[in-house]
Design a protein around this ligand. Sequence first.
Ligand SMILES: Cc1cc2nc3c(=O)[nH]c(=O)nc-3n(C[C@H](O)[C@H](O)[C@H](O)COP(=O)(O)O)c2cc1C
Length: 206
Amino acid sequence: MNVLLINGSPHREGCTYTALCEVAKPLNEAGIETQIFHIGAAPVGGCVGCGGCAKAGRCVFGGPPADVLPLADRADAFVFGAPVHYATAAASMLGFLHRLAWSGGQYLRHKPAAIVTSARRAGTTTALEAMEKVPQFFEMPLISSTYWPMVHGSAAEQVPLDEEGLQIMRNLGRNMAWMLKCIEAGKAAGIEPPAAERGAWTNFIR
Ligand SMILES: Cc1cc2nc3c(=O)[nH]c(=O)nc-3n(C[C@H](O)[C@H](O)[C@H](O)COP(=O)(O)O)c2cc1C
């Protein structure tokens, strides 16, 4: 089993990365592989709804939302991490998530997901809510912890001072390992995800 952790910060080894590494520790201890994918330091734009991905099988604008697809295909679960920018999740991470969702939802569906954020001070719960929208759309069991999954710091070396934050990250990793093992045991016992009912598509226009 393996978990793909997405670092949605422009900083490759900043606060978000430090938090993700802490989530990875108990996963690794439970024998679960982890890999961190960095969306990069360049701005990542959002989905323009062109529909090109339906034919191409990937976002036609390329970049991180396309590059991640082979890893997303292999992943059994995801951790989406982003810093707080302007009191919500960093815009590049939201752009990445929206384009990944549109072009690669099949790689997400029914896989457990967790959300992590890092801030100097304010905007953490709004950032978490913004990122939750994609897992909620793709029937991904959302893994929780012993508090809302956030750490505090301006720079990576400050994050370990937030002892509670790191504790929350470790508990998150443990809960994800538990969920993955439950799903594996369920599969072995013949329990598969339910088929969704489809067909209704009702706009609020009459
Ligand atoms: C453009 C920008 C906007 C930011 N806005 C906020 C904010 O609204 N609230 C906050 O607490 N920190 C804010 N910060 C600070 C970062 O959230 C904080 O330093 C974070 O831990 C950095 O994580 P990283 O090292 O993974 O990028 C902002 C940083 C940047 C670069």
